[in-house]
Design a protein around this ligand. Structure first.
Ligand SMILES: [Zn+2]
Length: 278
């Protein structure tokens, strides 16, 4: 069992080109990196391949976060088409940089019944794979994320229904989002975390835990869920990373933990230390 840690994007004090990040992280003692394509997939093939080679060389596992502007359940067909295109581009870039998973927020319920929103999402993701396969993309997984607001598609139950009907689909578990979407009612103990992992074991492909892709930070919530992410030192906000790590260790879950704290790599190291001290 191995728990890897790394930042969501370039480390806070790093100034060089993207492809130099893996060696920088290895030197810090980190071994994961989420490439942030959240404002659009702009990386060129050559640069992406170089990044992937460097990541392999320095034993840094890669993932990729797709653009935020995605709504697979939108009423407007052009929004759905643009969303499909962005995920396909993300899968292509992920394949180039050897990223094992493409993280994305599926969309919004708006005025839709839950079943209709999920039906649209599943239909769109099946189209994503049709188009990605035409491009020869086959290795990355789709990793829909647990989202921070109850108005967004992205409870763990939503993701289980989606992934049961879509190829190569496994969850990205954002512990802060599960805490925020429950308005502070969930992820309050090691047992809560254990129950989430049990649910994943029962309802997803076994690959979902090899490794389990995760996001962590502290988070502020209000009515409806997520407000903003906070640093690990901000103890007035939950959840507690120690509960997460205790459960992962107890169950022996191979893990990739991406720090979405404003202090990215620095807090990834703090999380690693919390884990090591347990
Ligand atoms: Zn996240």
């Amino acid at each position: 069992m191995r728990i890897r840690f790394g930042p969501a994007g370039k480390p806070v004090d790093f100034k060089g080109p993207m492809e130099k990040v893996p060696s920088y992280l290895a030197e810090l003692g980190l071994d994961a990196l989420e490439y942030e394509a959240v404002r659009g997939v702009n990386i060129k093939e050559e640069k992406a391949r170089l990044l992937g080679e460097e990541a392999v060389k320095y034993d840094v596992i890669m993932s990729l976060h797709a653009p935020y502007f995605i709504n697979l359940a939108a009423d407007k067909q052009e929004t759905v088409e643009a969303s499909i295109r962005r995920i396909v581009q993300s899968l292509q870039a992920a394949e180039w940089m050897k990223a094992y998973i493409v993280v994305f927020h599926p969309g919004y319920f708006k005025n839709l019944a839950r079943e209709e929103a999920l039906r649209r999402t599943i239909e769109a993701l099946n189209r994503v794979w049709e188009e990605a396969r035409v491009l020869g993309v086959s290795k990355p997984w789709l990793g829909p994320e647990t989202t921070g607001k109850s108005s967004q598609i992205g409870s763990l139950e939503d993701l289980a229904e989606i992934c049961s009907a879509v190829d190569r689909c496994r969850p990205t578990v954002d512990w802060a989002h599960l805490y925020a979407r429950s308005e502070g009612g969930h992820i309050l103990s090691k047992d809560h975390v254990v129950k989430v992992i049990d649910f994943i074991e029962k309802h997803f492909d076994p690959e979902a835990l090899k490794p389990l892709h995760q996001h962590f930070s502290r988070i502020e919530y209000g009515k409806g869920g997520e407000r903003r992410h906070h640093v690990i030192a901000a103890q007035e906000y939950g959840p507690e990373f120690r509960h997460v790590c205790e459960a992962l260790k107890e169950l022996g879950v191979d893990s990739v933990i991406i720090s979405e704290s404003p202090l990215l790599d620095r807090d990834a190291l703090v999380m690693k230390e919390i884990c090591e001290q347990l």
